[in-house]
Design a protein around this ligand. Sequence first.
Ligand code: NAD
Length: 499
Amino acid sequence: MEELKHYVNGEYVAGTTGRFSDVFNPATGEVQAKVPLASKAEVDAIVAKAAEAQVGWGATNPQRRARVIMKFGALINEHMDELAELVSKEHGKTLPDARGDVQRGLEVVEVCMGAPSLLKGEYMNDGGPGIDLYSMRQPLGVVAGITPFNFPAMIPLWKMAPSIAAGNAMILKPSERCPSTALRLAELFKEAGLPDGVLQVVNGDKEAVDAILDNDTVQAVGFVGSTPIAHYIYHRAAENGKRAQCFGGAKNHMIIMPDADLDKAADALVGAGFGAAGERCMAISVAVPVGQETADALIERLIPRVEKLKVGPYTSEEDVDYGPVITAAAKERITGLIDSGVAQGADLKIDGRGFSLQGYEDGYFIGPSLFDNVTPDMDIYKEEIFGPVLSTVRTDSYAEALDLVMKNEYGNGTSIFTADGDTARDFANKVNVGMVGINFPIPVPLSYFSFGGWKKSAFGDLNQYGADAFRFYTKTKTVTARWFSGIKEGSEFNFKQMD
Ligand code: NAD
């Protein structure tokens, strides 16, 4: 049984608490490793070491820091297959999807290679007579990232690359379900030239997270996970005077207009609904056809596509479309929600509950499920299922479909499939959701834009990656300066107004 460790000051350090969490192989249900759960004392000691390391790193000029980021990017590329394997081994997603997980993180690393440009401040020459003003962006010091299980490479990279490029030290607390990828990334960062202590990976559960939130040295917390925990972390971090951005869960709708290409819409729905077993915060979990005819034609196209989906382990020799869900508890929760959908009157067109795979009977596999005639009062509509379940809510008009999306408490992503530019434009302008796709099912913005939801999908300010990340991980200092030549003598008593 492999015993994982923390990564502190450039080396692996065993946990000292004697508390561990099991890391499962979701395809077999076997425990493949145990991960140590840090105590408050361990976290505090790790943060103190990070604070020492940050002084030199923060003083390193941005271009030199960017060179380390460049090397890190090259190493991620070199180790792409190894990293993808680590992701799949603990998460269960297919290897091509795991490569995508690494790739979308790498793209953020690539943007961080341009950190010097993103860190430039502003300058105003002669803002007043002989007076110049300039602002600079300075690192916060020690910051923290707390990440979920579902993107073991991408989201840790979204946290570590911008914060470190901006001159901070980062304490990364990866998900205890999939910790190995973040640990390996920390090794690669060291190999790229990152000084020891600037990136510390501490494993743990609520105790470690609370220790981070209560530690006075930690200046900012970037969290990604479920909405209740995001809200809790936002609250506790703010109470302790920290900057916090906390990204939560989602319920993403796709509107299908009567003029949409229904074959393309059905293909998009199946990929976005069932890819990664639906365990994506940008998965489409609700299809919203407009008009009964559209709905009937869509369901007719969805059924054969969903029935064809292949479910299996990432090690399968055949092509599989998606793998197991993350834990036995997740499997039970998802099948329980499917039960509730049936009990509450939704029309279960395809039932994934009894799915079993020969040789993997103890794995956490669930077949794909497709619901029709779901209504907004049902639990399968209200809850984030985070599994391979697609619900269809029928609407009679575009206005009703838009209203449905607007009234949903989540606002991460949404999409519209239509041939009409005017409707698409209206939707993009009006909808109260952070990321919008037009004939595009999973509109995760590219790395030089930024990622963030609205409503209960995000608490705090500024998005992840892009220029926003550099704003989040730096503070602005503004200098007003003049030099005393040709300036009249004597004190000034009025609040200075620029002439
Ligand atoms: P989670 O909330 O259970 O865990 C996320 C992190 O919080 C983990 O590191 C975990 O150790 C920690 N944590 C868990 N319980 C805690 C507690 N009581 N106190 C303090 N810390 C705690 O989320 P998950 O199951 O790992 O991830 C899935 C969720 O993440 C889904 O809701 C999904 O939508 C969301 N997600 C959101 C985004 C986004 O950008 N909005 C991206 C990916 C995933």
